[in-house]
Design a protein around this ligand. Structure first.
Ligand SMILES: CC(=O)CC(=O)SCCNC(=O)CCNC(=O)[C@H](O)C(C)(C)COP(=O)(O)OP(=O)(O)OC[C@H]1O[C@@H](n2cnc3c(N)ncnc32)[C@H](O)[C@@H]1OP(=O)(O)O
Ligand SMILES: NC(=O)C1=CN([C@@H]2O[C@H](COP(=O)(O)OP(=O)(O)OC[C@H]3O[C@@H](n4cnc5c(N)ncnc54)[C@H](OP(=O)(O)O)[C@@H]3O)[C@@H](O)[C@H]2O)C=CC1
Length: 291
């Protein structure tokens, strides 16, 4: 199937990054959120990141202008009805995603491919709440989307081959690389990454190390570009906790229990960079470790 128009639901860090790379690759984008401020912020973020790419001579001014011109925004989910492909990138809560699909599906063309950027939730279960499980897939981008090469492709039990092949073609058109994962909790990347981040929070909780010693140990000792607590703040502590809960519930193994300190930070509304406070305080010029 030929994809030219792409709808994106949720204009947070992932929705804006996905809009950026699709627009740069020539797709027409309609970005939706429940909050006008989120849409305005997303356009600001995309503009800033495109400008950064121009200043680093990765793209030309014309490419930047073209990409920005291809992104429109809307508060009405029904406006996404005419899209060829829809990517849901709203908050990592199953009830939120299911409500979006139930509202959106009656407006979609029969041939539209529907996808979720979920980090962890069962694709088969989400697909079953739509009218098109055979045209439904997990389409999992990595953060920051303009920089990270990987896209995980997750087929639900009913996903057909044509849908998989179409999305594989889209990943190639974006200049990214696909990895296929079976539909099990948190797929490949987060099945491995998130227990490491959770263990880093336990390491802090048990007093084995401070925020800076844990992060510098992993940055300098294992050559990770970011320490695990810095990365948790970057991803969003609410998203990290949601993923751990999906692993814990879905695999029924206590080794995935979320660290109580992670839960406490989320309960406090300290969600990391997006709220200016997590394991680091981002309100000053440079991030300051909080423990
Ligand atoms: C939770 C999930 O479901 C799945 C996930 O996403 S898991 C998270 C996966 N992501 C990671 O693990 C990220 C780990 N961190 C990193 O790779 C790096 O720290 C980073 C790429 C984010 C930043 O790298 P850095 O070297 O510290 O910073 P910086 O020099 O500013 O950026 C590196 C390059 O990326 C570019 N860049 C960074 N953010 C960008 C953005 N949002 N848009 C466009 N370009 C960007 C910079 O311009 C720079 O380009 P050059 O190499 O041409 O100079
Ligand atoms: N953060 C990461 O590193 C990664 C995240 N993901 C996944 O991507 C998805 C989005 O994550 P991320 O961008 O980080 O989260 P953010 O919190 O940055 O953004 C989520 C956005 O979705 C909006 N939203 C909530 N409910 C609705 C709705 N009903 N309709 C439209 N928009 C809605 C939120 O609005 P409001 O703020 O008003 O609630 C917010 O703007 C999640 O499923 C996450 O697991 C995937 C890969 C990496």
């Amino acid at each position: 199937m030929d994809i030219t128009r792409v709808g994106i639901v949720g204009a947070g860090q992932m929705g804006s990054g996905i809009a950026h790379v699709f627009a740069l690759a020539g797709y027409d984008i309609l970005l939706n959120d429940i909050d006008q401020t989120a849409l305005d912020k997303a356009i600001e973020t995309v503009t800033r990141n495109l400008d950064r790419q121009v200043s680093k001579e990765k793209i030309s001014q014309e490419e930047r202008d073209g990409a920005l011109g291809r992104i429109a925004t809307t508060l009405e989910l029904s406006d996404l009805g005419g899209m060829d492909l829809v990517i849901e990138a709203a908050t990592e809560r199953e009830a939120v995603k299911v409500a979006i699909f139930e509202e959106l599906v009656p407006h979609l063309k029969p041939e539209t491919i529907l996808t979720s950027n979920t980090s962890s939730i069962s694709i088969t279960r989400l697909a079953s709440r739509t009218d098109r499980p055979e045209k439904f897939m997990g389409f999992h981008f990595m953060n920051p989307v303009p920089v990270m090469q990987l896209v995980e492709l997750i087929r639900g039990i009913a996903t057909d081959e044509a849908t998989y092949k179409t999305l594989l073609g889209v990943v190639e058109a974006l200049g990214k690389t696909a990895a296929s994962s079976e539909d099990f909790p948190a797929f490949i990347v987060n099945r491995i990454l998130m227990p490491m981040i959770n263990e880093a929070v336990y390491t802090l909780y048990e007093g084995v190390g401070s925020v800076s010693s844990i992060d510098s140990a992993m940055r300098l000792g294992t050559n990770h570009p970011m320490g695990p607590l810095e990365l948790a703040d970057f991803i969003g502590l609410d998203t990290c906790l949601a993923i751990m809960n999906v692993l814990h519930d879905g695999l029924a193994d206590t080794k995935y229990r979320p660290c109580p300190l992670l839960t406490k930070y989320v309960e406090a509304g300290w969600l990391g960079r997006k709220t200016d406070r997590g394991f680091y305080d981002y309100r000053g010029d440079a991030p300051v470790p909080t423990r």
